[in-house]
Design a protein around this ligand. Structure first.
Ligand SMILES: [Zn+2]
Length: 148
């Protein structure tokens, strides 16, 4: 199984963002270092998390990036010399398994991207499940936390 790495600081920040958004889904981008190549999950380290406001009409079980905040997040990422390595969203009360809405939105990830789901089904034990999304498929990745 392919592996993806996150710093303990980014890990903490991701969990906090998702808890703060409850009972709605949180969403945003994963930034970091590594090369994105086609056709294979890249070897990346997620070092930063940027929350983007969820503008979905059904924010309890869907997410949609606020377009303005999405652009701001993108520029702030570039300013900090970070790369976009993926997207995340949370599942407030279900397992970290892609929902029908997630499958329907998958066409946006045709070129391959990290697609992480944070499950808060057990709020005291948040669960982060990274997937590699490409060609209409979600492939689970193994998550490794590192402290720098
Ligand atoms: Zn979902």
């Amino acid at each position: 199984m392919n592996e993806v790495t996150i710093t303990s600081h980014a890990y903490q920040s991701l969990i906090e963002i998702c808890l703060r958004a409850l009972p709605e889904e949180a969403c945003g981008i994963l930034t970091g270092t590594g090369t994105i190549r086609r056709a294979q999950p890249p070897n990346v380290t997620v070092t930063g998390i940027q929350a983007i406001r969820n503008r979905s009409q059904q924010p309890h079980n869907r997410f949609a990036f606020d377009p303005k905040e999405w652009i701001q997040a993108y520029y702030s990422m570039q300013k900090n010399r970070q790369s976009l390595v993926g997207y995340f969203h949370s599942h407030p009360s279900t397992m970290p398994i892609p929902s029908t809405a997630d499958w329907n939105g998958l066409h946006a990830a045709a070129h391959g991207i990290n697609y992480w789901i944070v499950s808060l089904q057990q709020a005291d034990k948040p669960l982060i499940q990274p997937y590699w999304a490409e060609n209409g498929r979600f492939t689970p990745l193994m998550l490794t936390k590192i402290s720098i």
